[in-house]
Design a protein around this ligand. Structure first.
Ligand SMILES: Nc1ncnc2c1ncn2[C@@H]1O[C@H](COP(=O)(O)OP(=O)(O)O)[C@@H](O)[C@H]1O
Ligand SMILES: [Mg+2]
Length: 317
């Protein structure tokens, strides 16, 4: 039988520096992890796929719903607007051809929005960080919606609704600063999630689950004086071995509700209390978080689960 293949749908656009980062921190290890799981691996650009006569072609090669597992996590960073539709519309077309998607599009979109994610899990056993969702566009100051943020929440933590890597996170001591941040956000038309600034964040814990069971946990530890714990922003890491039973319950609840075989749940540890912060369907586990062998083990476990789910999907057709 031909080996199955993990196909990452990823835009073929980057800065030189970012491309080196993607290749050096991610694809090299994902490829090795796929190999460990007995799978092939490739990164493909949406713009290199065409469909004719019911067959999708990546460059000159026909893709196959029996062989290829299309991984597409919606990405909406500040420079991704032009690529968003290319990805969304291609995976929609591929799904009509019978390809199985480990990250259903709708779920990718839900988890891409920090407000929607937390609101979908109001019943989480680990409390979600209270959040107000503010739009930011030309009319931001005419609307004056920043008044919807309760006065006793200040200082607040403001962050773009759908970016990542700690980009654009700002602590606002007062409403005037928040309004200034909204003005800047309007320049990129990014909505903003506003939350109480949690005191004493000692870790942003990435809980990694496969089939509803925790397979690894990583503390992202903020640099002294930093407002963000992201490892891409100089945060440190430590492998965690234990967590409150509520985190196990949450991971099971979320994996079942979302139907995902792989899920990362990010919890903030602030003054000893756990808060649900965000979830990622394509949560990265890389050498920024753990030694190579741990990375390969976790990612191989993820990819092997994808293959089992593909088999179930094919059997149920
Ligand atoms: N409400 C908050 N209070 C204090 N710190 C926060 C809060 N929300 C996020 N942070 C810090 O900012 C970092 C980035 O926020 P996060 O929501 O994880 O966005 P991103 O998608 O950019 O990773 C977190 O790792 C944490 O250190
Ligand atoms: Mg984060």
């Amino acid at each position: 039988m031909t080996r199955r293949r993990i196909l990452y749908l990823f835009p073929d656009r980057s800065s030189e520096m970012l491309r080196a980062y993607e290749e050096g921190e991610f694809w090299v290890d994902y490829r090795a992890a796929a190999e460990r799981a007995g799978l092939d691996f490739a990164v493909i650009a949406p713009d290199h796929v065409s469909i004719a006569g019911g067959t999708a072609y990546w460059r000159d090669e026909p893709l196959s719903p029996e062989r290829d597992i299309i991984v597409y996590g919606v990405r909406t960073g500040p420079t991704h607007a032009i690529d968003l539709w290319a990805g969304v519309s291609l995976v929609t077309s591929l799904a009509t051809l019978g390809f199985w998607l480990p990250i259903p599009l709708e779920t990718g979109i839900l988890l891409n929005d920090k407000y929607a994610t937390l609101n979908a899990f109001q019943d989480s056993p680990v409390p979600p960080v209270p959040t107000v969702r503010l739009a930011a566009d030309r009319d931001v100051h005419r609307l004056g919606h920043s008044r919807l943020v309760p006065g006793d929440w200040f200082p607040v933590f403001a962050k773009p609704l759908s970016w990542s890597g700690g980009q654009g996170c700002v602590v606002c001591p007062d409403r005037e600063t928040l309004d200034a941040v909204l003005g800047l956000a309007a320049g990129s038309r990014s909505g903003v999630a506003v939350q109480p600034r949690l005191d004493g964040v000692s870790a942003d814990i990435r809980v990694v689950a496969v089939e509803g069971t925790i397979v690894a946990m990583f503390d992202r530890i903020p640099r002294q004086g930093s407002t963000v714990a992201n490892v891409s922003r100089g945060g440190g890491y430590a492998i965690r071995h234990e967590i409150d039973s509520r985190a196990h319950d949450l991971v099971k609840l979320a994996s079942d509700r979302l139907g995902l075989s792989y899920l990362c749940v990010d919890l903030l540890l602030a003054d000893g209390e756990l808060w649900l912060s965000e979830m990622e369907a394509d949560g990265a586990v890389s050498r920024l978080l753990a030694p190579a062998d741990v990375v390969h083990h976790v990612v191989a476990t993820r990819f092997a689960a994808y293959e089992r789910r593909l088999e179930e999907f094919l059997a149920g057709r």
